[in-house]
Design a protein around this ligand. Sequence first.
Ligand code: DAH
Length: 357
Amino acid sequence: MTELADRLHQLQTDALAELAAAADARAVGGLRASLFGRSGRLTTLLHDLADEDPTERPATGMLANAVRDALEAAITDRLAVLVEADAGARLADEAIDMSAPSRPWRVGHLHPTMTVERDLREIFHAFGFEVFEGPEIETDAMNFEALNIPPDHPSRDLWDTLYVSEADGDPRQPAADGTILRTHTSPVQIRAMRALTPPIRVITPGRCFRYEAVDASHGFEFFQVEGLVVDRDTSLADLKGMLEEFARTLYGEATRTRFRPGYYPFTEPSVAFDVSCLVCGGSGCAACGRSGWMTILGAGMVHPTVLRAGGIDPDEFQGYAFGMGLDRITLLRHGIPDLRLLMSADLRFLEQFPAGR
Ligand code: DAH
């Protein structure tokens, strides 16, 4: 046996030992390069074949081919084993334990005020009203002037206004462009009259804002639902009948109701609508100021000036309107003592109303 043949045998032995020790596919790749690469250990020996004695060369050449084939086959086998072991480990790693208990799934729910709003949408839907919504940012012209409340009208004191573009950084001082946060949903009446043709029968739910000192019964933001009906021969009697039906649907058949004269610039005549106290049933308690009654909304026949602002001829059509706050309905429904809780975003509070009710 020639010296080159010896070196070939030795290389095969060494390489097979290294291969057995290779822990992963990367190590096998490295070994393969060190054997078969351009100046790899086997490549170098194959070059040396050229210097072999011509009588020995055929035998040593056959041996070299056999070593190369054996190493290639061994590498292929080893790789297959390693890849399979790797996949097995990864599968074991990613295995899903079907018997593990599931994590609790937190499901949100409606805010109790939004549940009241949905209830009102449902009731008025049954009365034939459709929903018409307007923007929370309004102009002074829509929020006041179109509703028969000119600048400097004393009734403006009823609606302390937050101005979007403030003059001198004071939210109570209007800037020249008259952009405000709406103080009530009444401007949506004007938008509805301009967008629709009579007969009109809409409710306009939405968020409103006022410059208020916040306490247990006042917030600077709150929710209203406004109603507007415009048709030929609409009368105060229609308004009364509809509101009585509404109160009994919302608060139960036993609810007693009464109308009192009221004042709003956008209605003539205007009324306040009371229901028998929802806490004491009418006998008198702290919640109703011992009167036995609670005022739940303002209403009236739409003022001709307001109809005209909405592009409707008051000689041809009449209308009635009403507006109510949702937050107080929510407080009374659940016996919640403080309006501020509704805006608190405190989950310990909100989670007490899982269905909103
Ligand atoms: N906009 C009034 C307020 O915020 C509520 C109101 C009263 C609305 C009478 C009406 C109405 O549509 O006719 O105090």
